[in-house]
Design a protein around this ligand. Sequence first.
Ligand code: CAA
Length: 258
Amino acid sequence: VGSYETIHVERKGRTALLTLNRPEALNALNLQVMNEVVAATAELDRDPDVGCIVITGSPRAFAAGADIKEMRPRSYMDMYLSDWFAAWDRLGDLRTPTVAAVSGYALGGGCELAMLCDILLAADTAVFGQPEIKLGVIPGIGGSQRLTRAVGKAKAMEMCLTGRTIDAVEAEWAGLVSRVVPADELLAEALAVAETVAGMSLPVAMMAKEAVSRAFETTLAEGVRFERRLFHAVFATEDQKEGMAAFVDKRPPGFTHS
Ligand code: CAA
């Protein structure tokens, strides 16, 4: 994996761990972070030996938002012509499953980055929010849309209009995160989840991800139809034969990701 300054990327078997590393700014997401995260994840996505990507921050902050100091002097034309933040959308286009392991602050762009991931695990120290309104701006990396789909209008409106943050317990109760774990177990738990996912058939995991993701984009009837077509398609994989044979033989499957 290429060398980066604001992130650290390491491989652990079939899992890749991407750690945001701008401690002096609580991992605020400036353009360099965005470009490095997008480049690194695109590279990992192309690697058939990577079955899951974990994105994490520090114990104190997953990310405290987009970089306010970098945005402060910009004009409308700067933002429009550079299509500010648009590159973050590429994270949503990754085919490899992703896990966000959130400890501490996940505010503004930090909350949005977590919501761009497929599985969201929170430490009991996690704090989620879209406090942009307090700065005189609104979310810009999909927060108003993804938060609303995750937690519903009631909480999303209150969070986006008042900037109120929620803790890990409220986030789990509201459906924003799949699970809350003690802070000192977060990384191990996220890596265990990633290893489980990475141990599945990669093409089938990609299809499962694609099917669930489609629920955010389309009607129920079209989504079910899309799922059914992918379900039929898995019967073209070696891994379907292996998975079902292993069940019948009462042994663990050895998927070949083909
Ligand atoms: N951008 C730039 N720098 C930031 C930052 C951000 N989003 N968040 C924190 N920092 C910097 C601080 O300026 C500070 O730097 P200095 O030491 O040079 O002053 C350093 O990180 C440590 O932060 P604090 O001293 O503020 O730490 P704290 O523990 O007192 O407070 C905090 C922590 C409550 C998270 C506070 O830092 C904070 O409120 N941060 C901003 C949160 C926010 O508004 N996020 C939304 C940003 S806008 C956005 O994200 C738009 C979008 O939709 C993408």
